[in-house]
Design a protein around this ligand. Structure first.
Ligand SMILES: O=C(O)C1=C[C@@H](OP(=O)(O)O)[C@@H](O)[C@H](O)C1
Ligand SMILES: C=C(OP(=O)(O)O)C(=O)O
Length: 424
């Protein structure tokens, strides 16, 4: 599907969608909890739907209540009736988080996926799980991934340099099954705040939470598990800073946006977008109930996105409108996302007259002359590239068409409806 964005000023209020990072973790935690969990403000993106389907496959009962909530009933142990196919759609987190959880079973399960997930590596999941005695086969480092446990938690080592998502899954799996003190050594962990988020959700769900020794070691102290059914847990999914970042940038470059529904005390990694907005000189008002961003003369900024890689696309759209040369660090984190985001951002922003060069781990972004003819951008089947292009198009000199806009369904199905609602 294609959309054409005409350059325009914007003004209005957006309610941030539910965080898919929190929602998918809450699904995992509800599966591993013995009792009923009622989820309010549940996510409805494709990644959220993938996690809901997966926990059903792994034995949880999920119903949608009249009060627009999600009720999840589980006896706390993943289970499958016989050979089972677990479909992660395009969600990297669902694959990497549920693989160690499904490995707790002694039944064979096969993880499959679609679209961009078919190109994302699984060799590190294979290496880690087979080191723990799990039988694992991949398709030469790609999906499908066959797993047959049972995984037994023992002292182990995991590489955190490509992604934090596998560690998230290991923490959930160990938190539910450790029968003695165990520690997980982690090398070179990236995306650290996502691990804070995992520990926070584990705590909220009453799980056995490990001690975090400077993100290098996670130590579980044995807690005997009780088999009694716990009382119903009500859990609300907080708003998503990663999605909201696009509209904050839109306010900074093209008018005025108020964003509601965000927790300013969150552990979400992408709250760090506020630092870039502060540095570039837009007008920013941060209150408990809302964040307001208003257009102003913008200057170049320097930002380290190593631990919040999803901010690259919106921050490139911001840098593209700043005077001077902006630098964003953490380029090595971009290769294994829905597209190779370094290449996608370079290709599409070049068409908009923005020059992006790479120096080792740094992305250098320089605004050049704006192109005054209508042009067509490619979304690279990557939701964040589509959203970055759409925001940048608000301040182009001519109409900009964007192909493949359905990719936004992965994280933010309402993105274009929200964007239309604030165009003046
Ligand atoms: O745990 C999570 O919810 C996520 C972790 C990050 O991935 P990496 O740990 O691979 O950087 C992030 O990019 C992804 O969108 C969501
Ligand atoms: C990379 C992303 O998600 P995931 O890795 O969970 O597919 C994302 O949402 O940008």
């Amino acid at each position: 599907m294609q959309i054409t964005i005409n350059p325009t000023l914007i003004k209005g209020t957006i309610h941030a969608p539910a965080s898919k990072s929190v929602m998918q973790r809450a699904c995992a935690a509800a599966l591993l909890r013995n009792g009923i969990t009622i989820i309010d403000n549940y996510g409805q993106s494709n990644d959220d739907k993938a996690a809901i389907n997966i926990i059903q496959q792994l034995g949880a009962k999920v119903t949608y209540t009249d009060a627009q909530k999600l009720e999840i009933t589980s006896d706390g142990l993943p289970k499958v009736s016989s050979f089972s196919m677990i479909d992660c759609a395009e969600s990297g987190l669902s694959l990497r988080m549920f693989a160690p959880i499904a490995a707790l079973l002694n039944t064979e399960v096969t993880f499959v996926g679609h679209g961009s997930l078919l190109k994302r590596p699984v060799h590190f999941i294979e290496a880690f799980l087979s080191g723990l005695g799990v039988t694992v086969f991949s398709n030469e480092g790609l999906l499908p991934l066959e797993i047959k446990g049972p995984l037994k938690p023992v002292n182990c080592n995991v590489d955190g340099s490509i992604t934090s998502q596998l560690l998230t899954g290991i923490l959930f799996a160990f938190g539910t099954s450790a029968k003695e003190d165990v520690s997980i050594e982690v090398d070179n962990l990236k995306s650290k705040p996502y691990i804070d988020l995992t520990l926070k959700v584990m705590e909220d769900f009453g799980m056995n939470v490990p001690v975090n020794d400077q993100y290098q070691r996670f130590i579980f102290k044995y807690k005997p598990s009780d088999s009694i059914v716990k009382k119903t847990l009500n859990y609300t999914i907080e708003g998503d800073w990663s999605s909201a970042a696009f509209f904050m940038v839109a306010g900074a470059i093209a008018g005025n946006v108020i964003i509601k529904g965000l927790d300013v005390f969150t552990t979400q990694a992408d709250k760090k977008v506020l630092e870039a907005l502060q540095d570039c000189g837009c007008r920013l008002s941060i209150q408990m109930e809302q964040i307001e961003v208003t257009k102003h003369e913008l200057k170049a900024f320097h930002f380290d996105a190593t631990d919040c890689p999803d901010l690259f696309p919106p921050l490139v759209a911001l840098a593209a409108h700043c005077n001077g040369t902006s630098v964003i660090e953490g380029v090595h984190r971009l290769e294994h996302k829905e597209s190779n985001r370094t290449l996608s951002l370079q290709a599409e922003f070049e068409k908009l007259g923005v020059h992006i060069t790479i120096q080792d781990d740094k992305m250098i972004i320089v605004r050049q002359t704006k192109i005054s003819e209508p042009l067509t951008l490619n979304g690279h089947n990557d939701h964040r590239i589509v959203m970055a292009c759409a925001i940048a198009a608000l301040v182009a000199k001519a109409p900009v068409a964007i192909d493949g806009i359905e990719a936004v369904n992965k994280s933010y199905p309402d993105f274009f409806r929200h964007l239309m609602s604030i165009q003046k």
